[in-house]
Design a protein around this ligand. Structure first.
Ligand SMILES: Cc1cc2nc3c(=O)[nH]c(=O)nc-3n(C[C@H](O)[C@H](O)[C@H](O)COP(=O)(O)O)c2cc1C
Length: 211
């Protein structure tokens, strides 16, 4: 049974989540307004210095929706995928725990409690970002297509890159730091998350306010 909880702070959201198997609903994300697109493009830069401040539930919801939320009645997303396959799963690492973003339900599905941000890669700043997103491709989404395996891998990176650019532009709009990371402990994160053989860690993304 889904719980409908609107927590003010993400620490609270994930503290709740860490001890409950049920998804935790996020606040309704803002889907319009914000900074002008061209200003965001001008401002976007890789940034690796973070305050470590926890995001509010609203900030996290807005970030996740911009990154890969549902933006149409038929479930299509804020970034495109080849054959509309929607094969990217976004994991959200914060100070309080790890969750999976359920875009359709606008909810966080708890995966692990505790702070695992530093386990996403070797670069020390990852442990101090408000959020580390990890983009995972679920290749089982392609099972009903005739797409060759090497193309599936390439398309997964294209999809993750498109979602990551959404997140980077959102961060730029907020004046936050953000850096996409190819340097991610793929095997370690897969073990930590208990991923199956069809689920592959592609990229990580450290995001959050500057000091
Ligand atoms: C796919 C991809 C992987 C990257 N991997 C890392 C990384 O592992 N660590 C890091 O510090 N920066 C990483 N970066 C950031 C780049 O170094 C940065 O984007 C580049 O220097 C250009 O700077 P700009 O983003 O400010 O334009 C990555 C960027 C991309 C697009």
């Amino acid at each position: 049974m889904k719980r409908s909880v609107l927590c003010g702070a993400v620490t609270l959201v994930l503290a709740c989540a860490a001890f409950a198997a049920d998804p935790v609903r996020l606040p309704e994300p803002a889907k319009n307004g914000g900074a002008a697109l061209l200003d965001c493009l001008s401002a976007r830069r890789a940034g690796r210095v973070f305050s470590g401040k926890a995001l509010s539930g609203q900030e996290l919801s807005d970030l996740l929706w911009a990154t890969g939320g549902v933006s149409s009645g038929d479930g299509k997303l804020t970034y495109p995928t080849a054959q509309d396959v929607r094969d990217i799963v976004i994991y959200v690492f914060t100070e309080s725990g790890v969750s999976r973003y359920d875009a359709g339900a606008n909810a966080l599905v708890p995966v692990l409690s505790g702070d695992h941000r530093g386990e996403t890669g070797k670069q020390p700043f990852a442990a101090n970002a408000s959020v580390d997103l990890v983009y995972v491709q679920d290749r089982s989404c392609w099972s009903r297509t005739k797409t060759p395996p090497e193309a599936i891998v390439q398309l997964g990176y294209a999809h993750a890159g498109a979602a990551a650019q959404n997140a980077s532009l959102f961060a730029a709009a907020k004046g936050w730091s953000s850096v996409v990371r190819g340097s991610v402990d793929r095997a370690g994160v897969a073990r930590l998350l208990g991923l199956s053989d069809t689920q592959h860690v592609l990229l990580a993304h450290s995001i959050g306010p500057r000091p």
